[in-house]
Design a protein around this ligand. Sequence first.
Ligand code: FAD
Length: 422
Amino acid sequence: MTTHDSTRKFGCTVVGGGIHGTYLAQRLVEDTPLDSSDVLVVDPHDRLLTSFREKARACGMDTLRSTFVHHIGTESFDLENFAEANDREDELVSTVDYPPRPSLDLFVDHAEYVIEQKNLDSLHCQAAVDAIRERPDTAGLRLETTVGAIDTEHCVLAIGHGGRYRRPDWGVELDGVEHVWGEFDPDASADRTIVVGGGITAAQLACELSDTQSVTLFSRHPLEWEVSEANPPWINWSHIEANLHVHPPGSSDRFDVISDARHTATVPPSLYTALMNRIDDGDLTLTQGTVDSATNEDGSVRLSLDHGLQLLGDRVVLATGFEPVFDHPFVERIADELELTRGYRGMPVLDDGTLAWRCDDGRTVPLYVSGALAVETVGPYAPNVPGARRAGDRIAAAIAQHHRPSGTDTAREQVDGAEVSD
Ligand SMILES: Cc1cc2nc3c(=O)[nH]c(=O)nc-3n(C[C@H](O)[C@H](O)[C@H](O)COP(=O)(O)OP(=O)(O)OC[C@H]3O[C@@H](n4cnc5c(N)ncnc54)[C@H](O)[C@@H]3O)c2cc1C
């Protein structure tokens, strides 16, 4: 980890040290004239990737949904090579009609290997960014952080979903209602747990807990399976251009295309089968409906459902996802301060070529966006590992072009000429 020197200006500062921020930091060092002393990753956790590790462990995830070419390193087959070199090919789990997926342990160990091999911890500054302003005197931005101001020529926002967890109204005031990525302690003992949610996290958690206790999985909709987060062509930039960028930036049409394409709240087939087997064996119960009322009763939680059924648990664990990142207070603050353009439902309106966030008055601010916040331009895979790669292609090319002597071919042109295969 690096300590922050307030007297210097960085070439690029990445806000967020999750999968996206850690990946992007490598692309900046490898594909732009910036070297590692020019790149800073600001994240409040004590280590890079903590946010992903903690979420994956909390829900008992054992394999990734995405394939072995989607990982934290910059070479497509790096994780596969790592598995071979360490005699861990058996952790590349085969999937019907889909490439193998890595176990969580393999994915995380490989990520640790990349971080260590490339000394990425030395780029990490442990802090949270509170605000971003234009520097009045020179080009660039000033980040106000919990360890002081950081000046930077370029900045990339890689804050994921922003860390605000969605809680249904009935669960806000009750005791014994925990969010899987918040207060929930996977090691705390309980006899009866109600897991709320209908997606991969809820299904994974319900299976995991049902090894040791009575579990009811409670979902608003029937469980559905899908292999991936969206159909695989959405990984390719040419498909994104042809199907998303044809609609006006920031429009509801773009939002609708993404909503239709994303397999939200679905479960991969292997997990679906495991879940159904447990239901058949009587190890867990699946209930569908909506909550009419919720009460505390003798240290338990009682959920009264719309069709009359009552669920009683020692605790309720919410696997209900995130609040939208578009109206996160931090995002609102930055957009207001820098007068950045927002589209339908507050989506950042980005330059489709560079992922720079556009300004209302047409001026250019060197602020780029990756992850869930960039969905309007990167498409349905934007929040996922493949989305980091697509964002990295554009952002690294844009920053490289900025540093390139005029008259030479741009990295952007090279990216545009190459069809993406991972
Ligand atoms: C359990 C689980 C399994 C998943 N499995 C897959 C999978 O198999 N394949 C796939 O493609 N995707 C998967 N995903 C989805 C996605 O890849 C992950 O959510 C991924 O972690 C997103 O990375 P990120 O860097 O955008 O966000 P995060 O991992 O959330 O990282 C964002 C970071 O930004 C930091 N941050 C936020 N605000 C600030 C601020 N103001 N200042 C400084 N730092 C800030 C946060 O502290 C955090 O560390 C999974 C997600 C989860 C939760």
